[in-house]
Unconditional design. Sequence first.
Length: 207
Amino acid sequence: MYNTIVFDLGGVIINLDVPRCVSNFKRLMPEENIRNILGIDDEGEGVVAVSAATKQLMHDYEYGNISTDEFLTTLQEYCFEGTTIEQIRAAWLSMLDTLPQERLDYIASLRQKGFRTILLSNSNELHWDPIWAQYRLGEYFDAVFASHYLHMAKPNKEIFDHVVREAKVKAEKTVYVDDLEKNRKAGELFAGWRTVPSIEELKPLIP
């Protein structure tokens, strides 16, 4: 029935620890800046647009419109005096958690069975580069679409149109795995994909 599986990265393949990231930034900047500039809250819900500054900074970095150096330097302006760029870098990277090998093994098994596997991620250079290098993700996917390379991001229609067009994805043959409901709804609406929130819920469909 299906021949193509589209995977999100953060929260689906690699675990994220947003509360740890928040805790580390509390040592570097006032708490109101964590919410208003980084757009992160203590509940671990991830990036949320709560202010004009957040919308602009996070949008620009996730879309690849500013460099990592520009991102870190901008954050430094909202930190306590004496905070270094390396401290900010380490705090931002602390959002990345474990990547269970069994998830990669499962994706590899899908390819061995003849399924096409596609990665579709809202990401940023600082998070993307170490994950890509450490886990050699290029070996697990037939096509990769990342927001900071494409200058477009989920849940906007244009990125789903781009994936469908470039990867020649057929709606009725595709399952999309994303932990965020807004992205799943966009995948259903704009691409016609069946969606599930996790790899664990994908396995009953495709053992």
